[in-house]
Design a protein. Structure first.
Lengths: 427, 64
């Protein structure tokens, strides 16, 4: 075989692999980029403003952490063909099942409210009234699911994921110093020493990187998409690429606010957008568009995570490939969560700050449980067969889960007792 | 009267649906190894402590 022929066959093999990946890719990229939701954008913006580029290294570490946790849901979903909620019921019985399901519903609904807060405040910058944002989002999300095909929904969601990359050109608009970014950001350090406030910021960044809804969403998404065991390597690649982009977006947000808003207190991303617009109009505009998109992506995934979980447990038809008449309860759960959470944001004087704080508290009641169940299910030889966790996977995943549990619990407790770590001006 | 009857019927259906779920998943399928049992015990203790802290916070907020 001469060189030209060999090159032809190699390129054809890569082309086929690329096409296959494009068919299978989706759940991992969507969940990871949606992880940078409205709350996440606020956390990254505040981190950049407070510590400039000094915590970029920490976010880079969080990429593999998110990958290792989410990768387990790909294997579990592909092998068992069950969503996480159903897997918990099946593996641990009704007590832990109901605990997880009810906790998930409460948490998802509260998080949906925070996504609507992000979206309405982002579009308010452009003069769009809150009611119009809520109405538009509900219609858009209705259109996305009611076409009756998972494939269409996923590709639309991936288009919104692409919009999330708007922070990258935004960073170039503010002319950051590349040498400063490399010098300050890539060497692990604790700016100003390991203070309570810094600890709070680290915890907040972990809290936004791993959220309970992500486990439930990706596993259900893998099942709805129909991934098989043979597709697991592609599903892992999909998750890895998603993890890369979620870190990339987070780093570029930090670069934007670290460059322009260094030393100023940022309490939410919409405020950061306005502050950016004072000196760098388009960077502020991009930040606001990105915030809206982040809230939308979060809302898209979170509302589905709940309705999938409900459908799995109650045995309703629960696929995006079903028409509304075929899966009425699935779509009812989806729209009920969406519309009620949107309406809460429109109520004058609604306790939105309290809701935002409460999300973190509820999250620490569900996240440890969901992670422990995940590890135990992945170690069940009868269920997982050859895909059971290996010793090294158990060491890596077990360590990650232990650290996440400790830090997310500390984060939740610091929300309950603000003086616990002596933080101030935290996101 | 008919409305109450209808609401009662819907509630009864929902309770039956919950019972059906409980029957379907009555027996946990996971093999309960000592490690799994310890993990679940740890989780219960963790949640009890957390609920205790939440209750404490609620009481302190209400009585302030």
């Amino acid at each position: 075989m001469n060189r030209t022929t060999r090159l032809y066959y190699v390129s054809r093999r890569w082309w086929k692999a690329g096409r296959l990946f494009l068919v299978i890719a989706g759940p991992g990229i969507v969940v990871m980029i949606a992880d940078n939701d409205a709350g996440g954008i606020t956390t990254y913006a505040a981190t950049g403003a407070k510590y400039q580029y000094y915590l970029i290294w920490f976010l880079i570490i969080l990429g593999p952490v998110a990958y290792y946790v989410q990768e387990m849901t790909v294997r579990l979903g592909a092998v068992t063909k069950r969503g996480h909620a159903e897997a918990i019921f099946d593996g641990f019985g009704p007590f832990w099942g109901w605990f997880s399901l009810i906790d998930l519903l409460i948490l998802d609904w509260l998080t949906l409210v925070t996504e609507f807060i992000g979206m309405t405040t982002a579009l308010a910058i452009f003069g769009v009234p809150g009611w119009l944002t809520v109405l538009g989002v509900c219609l858009l999300m209705g259109f996305m699911v009611l076409n009756g095909r998972y494939w269409t929904w996923e590709k639309l969601a991936m288009a919104f994921c692409a919009v999330n990359l708007i922070y990258i050109p935004g960073a170039f608009l503010v002319n950051p110093s590349v040498s400063d970014i490399l010098r300050q950001g890539l060497i692990p350090n604790f700016p100003g020493g390991f203070t309570g406030e810094l600890f709070f910021f680290l915890m907040a960044n972990i809290g936004t990187t791993i959220a309970p809804w992500m486990l439930f969403f990706q596993q259900s998404s893998v099942v709805d998409k129909g991934l098989k065991e043979i597709d697991i390597p592609w599903g892992k690649t999909d998750t890895l690429i998603g993890a890369f982009f979620t870190v990339l977006v987070a780093v570029f947000i930090i670069i934007v606010t670290g460059t322009v808003l260094n030393g100023r207190d940022v309490t939410d991303a919409a405020q950061a957008s306005r502050m950016l617009m004072e000196t760098h109009h388009w960077a502020g505009v991009f930040m606001a568009i990105g915030l809206f998109d982040a809230g939308l992506l979060g809302a898209i995934c979170i509302s589905l995570a709940s309705s999938w979980a409900f459908g799995e447990v109650f045995g309703w038809a629960h696929s995006l490939n079903n028409k509304i008449r075929e899966a009425p309860w699935f779509y009812f759960a989806y729209f009920f969560a969406l519309i009620t959470s949107g309406l809460v944001v429109l109520i004058p004087g609604a306790p939105l700050v309290l809701i935002t704080l409460f999300v973190q508290v509820v999250a620490v009641t569900l996240l440890p449980a969901a992670l422990v169940f995940l590890i135990l299910l992945l170690n069940d030889k009868d269920t997982m067969g050859d895909r059971v966790n290996t010793f090294s996977e158990n060491v890596i995943n077990g360590s990650i889960v232990a650290v996440i549990i400790v830090l997310s619990t500390a984060y939740g407790l610091s929300t309950l007792f603000p003086s616990l770590f002596g933080q101030s001006g935290a996101p | 009267m008919n409305i109450f009857h209808a609401i009662g019927g819907v509630l009864a259906d929902q309770i039956e649906a919950v019972r059906a779920v409980n029957r379907r998943f009555a027996k946990p399928r996971l093999t309960m190894s000592p490690a799994a049992q310890r993990s679940l015990l740890g989780l219960r203790i963790y949640l009890l402590v957390l609920v205790g802290l939440l209750a404490y916070k609620f009481v302190t907020v209400v009585t302030q």
